[in-house]
Design a binder for this molecule. Structure first.
Ligand SMILES: Nc1nc2c(ncn2[C@@H]2O[C@H](COP(=O)(O)OP(=O)(O)OP(=O)(O)O)[C@@H](O)[C@H]2O)c(=O)[nH]1
Length: 228
């Protein structure tokens, strides 16, 4: 699918496009530039990515994963969260269906930036959960914005989406921005002993639609079982 180079809105510009072979098959990668320059406070890059499979223009119910950057898991293999596995599962599913889009948004650490996220990890290492760690730093629980995602969906001409997410705020934010969401599909990753407290906090404190069992106990139980 060719996406014409254009200044779409004052804030959104298509920078580049090329096919990229991935371990899940071939995707078309389109880079969108959002805003003029990295935020001087956070250093956040305005470059977002659409990883496209198949023809999505004018299509309804296109499978879309709106995914926020997580350097720790996606580059370094951190086990503290489910981000990397969610991204991989989305690519895998989209490849299997032969149609869909991953929108990869450069808003690390739920929008607080990498340094703040690592500060928050320092507090989590001392027993605070993901929400309290942000608050102790004087930062919002979730600082993400989805204007760029909505503009990218509009530019790709996608009529409506089937969104892969467990996060009700993501659904609400995208809907408010005019994205037509026809259905939601869960993105459930089996917890490991390090991610279990984080997934549990996402469920209890951030309202994510995750299994209601005590994830910490079950993951720790499994890990203990494995070690025996
Ligand atoms: N501040 C903070 N950010 C985190 C932590 N763990 C992961 N993240 C960030 O959380 C974000 C997760 O993004 P997504 O997977 O797109 O969204 P989500 O809110 O988990 O919702 P889903 O669509 O259900 O996956 C990424 O930006 C990660 O970098 C943490 O402990 N603290």
């Amino acid at each position: 699918m060719h996406v014409p180079t254009a200044v779409i809105r004052p804030q959104l510009v298509i920078g580049a496009q090329a096919p990229v072979p991935t371990r899940y098959g071939m995707f078309e990668m389109v880079v969108f530039r959002w805003g003029d320059a990295p935020d001087p406070e956070t250093g956040l890059s305005p470059d977002h990515v659409a990883l496209i499979k198949g023809d999505v223009r004018g299509q309804r119910g296109v499978t879309v994963r709106v995914h926020s950057e997580c350097l720790t898991s996606e580059v370094f293999g951190s086990l503290k969260c489910d981000c990397r596995e969610q991204l991989e599962a989305a690519q895998e599913e989209i490849a299997r269906r032969g149609q869909g889009v991953v929108l990869y948004l450069r808003q690390e650490g739920r929008g607080i930036g990498l340094a703040n996220k690592i500060r928050a990890y320092g507090l989590q290492a001392r027993g605070h959960d993901t929400v309290d760690a942000n608050r102790l730093l004087g930062l919002p629980d979730d600082a993400r914005m989805y204007e760029a995602a909505a503009a990218m969906i509009a530019h790709l001409g996608i009529a409506s989406i089937r969104l892969l997410t467990n996060n009700p705020e993501k659904i609400e934010a995208l809907s408010k921005l005019g994205v037509q969401i026809v259905s939601r599909a869960p993105s459930i990753i089996q917890p490991n002993p390090f991610s279990a407290p984080y997934l549990d906090a996402k469920r209890r404190r951030m309202g994510h639609a995750l299994p209601s069992e005590d994830l910490t106990e079950s993951a720790l139980g499994e890990a203990i079982g494995d070690a025996e």
